[in-house]
Design a protein around this ligand. Sequence first.
Ligand code: 4AD
Ligand code: MG
Length: 461
Amino acid sequence: MQDKGISISALYQGLSKGEDLTLNNPVLIQGWVRTNRNSKAIGFLEINDGSCFKGIQVVYDDKLENFDAVTHYLTGACLSVRGELVLTPGMKQPFEVHASSVTLLGDASEDYPLQKKRHSLEYLREIAHLRPRTNTFSAVFRVRSVLARAIHEYFMDNGFVYVHTPCITGNDAEGAGQVFTVVTDAEDPYKDFYGKKASLTVSGQLHVESFALAFGKVYTFGPTFRAEKSNTTRHASEFWMIEPEMAFADLDDDMDVMEGCLKYCISYVLDKCPDEMEFFDKFVAPGTIEKLKNVLAKDFVRLDYTDGIKYLEEAVKNGHKFDNSKIEWGMDLQSEHEKYLTEEVVKGPLFLKNYPAAIKAFYMKLNPDGKTVAAVDCLVPGEGEIIGGSQREDDYEKLKAKMATQENPESLEWYLNLRKWGGCVHSGFGIGFDRLLMYITGMANIRDTEPYPRTFGNLKY
Ligand code: 4AD
Ligand code: MG
């Protein structure tokens, strides 16, 4: 068994509980060198062990028998340090370690790609295997982990059952045709494994709907794949999606849960990741914390698509320039239009609902007007859509007619039959997890919120 020593986060936790940290002495700290400054007889190592955002300062001097060697340990080296924990009230850090021994566990050479200077996010994307050791990505990926926990807690605490829907599927849930095909033999793609066309899932919704009609409230949370050739800051070809589904729930209930879930996640991250959030607020996107607190304080605006169109028409009339200024009912809104509605009209998150049936997926509930569906997108300033959801068509004949226009409707016979055997009013939605993380952290590119992003034209690592 390896002696693991004490983590820096345990020291900070002890401090906040008012414990006497020096009772731990001597301490053993293991981590990676961020900086090493030294003069003739004394040196200072900044070590980060990844247990929390903050690092710890290690002071060493020429009483160490390997003092000379230690002065040469470079940024990135992995070290094990033993020494006295000394409280330093009033200093920048509340404690430091006075080393009695410093052992090199893993050397880092001079060509270590992460040096003390500020690197661009583009450069760091090229070294995705090392960027978790930077402040920015240490913060992003810890918040990502905490946010995943928030999601599970929110749904589990509210009585939802977690369902693992499959990654490999025989249908294109969204009917948008943006699927990756699964083959076993690249040389002979038609030699099939399942006896039919298989693809990676674009959404777990259809599978999870059947579970909602057994458990009442369910959610799935997993990877999703879309062969969208959009080279934007918001599209990845592999991303994570949370898809709750609720029996006995209409579109208003759906929006209530969306809003409740978003607010829970935001409060959770603000509460659990204060250091990371302060970092984002200072260095990544100033104003992020205030923005999130404002979101918590207000009810989200709920606006019909038809009224949204009126605002856009009004804007054009008043001289606002869009790239596409031909505003008409029935159009699919471009991100510039969504941006205008959230940033100029509402100035906060917006539920835009009751879209024209023609621009939305086949499974959405047709409204009594016969031309719109009970669909809702949650749009946020700076980013646009982060959630898409709807009440589902529960009328067998109407759904059957809609499905007939889809490719391969026989593959969804089982889904249609749910309307024949104990169907009910039900609704659900999909949160883009990576987009939610972008919104909470202020990171502007989805490539900087996923550990190893997969985007059009990019499959490094
Ligand atoms: O709006 P979408 O396509 O909805 C569905 O897939 C439904 N089946 C959800 C449901 O009702 N159960 O996708 C849902 C969300 C979007 O709002 C967006 O946040 C995210 O998934 N998303 C993407 N995120 C990153 N990269 C992409 N290429 C994305 N496509 C969608
Ligand atoms: Mg959508």
